[in-house]
Design a protein around this ligand. Sequence first.
Ligand code: CA
Length: 231
Amino acid sequence: MSAKVVILEDEPDINEALSHSLAKDGFKVWSETDGERGLELVREKGPDLVLLDLMLPGMEGTEVCRRIKGDPVLRSSCIIMLTAKGDESDILVGLELGADDYITKPFKTRELLARIRAVLRRGDLRGESDRDVLRRGGLVIDALRHEVMYDGELIVLTATEFRLLRFLAANPGRVFTRDQLLNQVIGEKAVVIDRNIDVHVRSVRRKLGAAHAFLETVRGVGYRFASSVGA
Ligand code: CA
């Protein structure tokens, strides 16, 4: 069954080119050039994915994102933001509102298609994050035993570091902002932890040794767990 995509982009050339490429690639595609009408289109079609330009007439992209992710019915739609250079603060807002990814213009269609497939695949795997044991290319993260093994070697992490690594590994390829990560690693019983997430990431990387490349820095935005690491 082909995935449903709604494109919200006010630049006619980009809108048309995207609609054409995605339809050619087998997606069911609808598009709008205005934020407010776009939100209506999302309500009407219930797409698997929304490609969301951040600078839209009618309603800003970040507001469209807020409405979609704040709606219990619509929120299951994945969102990839289409952004311009210098949109970092809007990207951060969008990610914190629940957008799945972003791509900076100008982008190559095949790069966007790869991102779309990755996001849709993650949507299919969503239940996987509840599993007790996550396996990622030689890395085994066991939530029951609170253990991390890499290539058969035990890696000892603090409770905070474990939560951080497990959360990222449960969402491979997805970028999270420092604030999102901080919210994840502060457990209910958390005593005083260092609120600087970079400190925890550095420490996890050091302990992972050869597997440190799993934790990628996304400059100006945050961190993500690499979807594949050449091992
Ligand atoms: Ca625009």
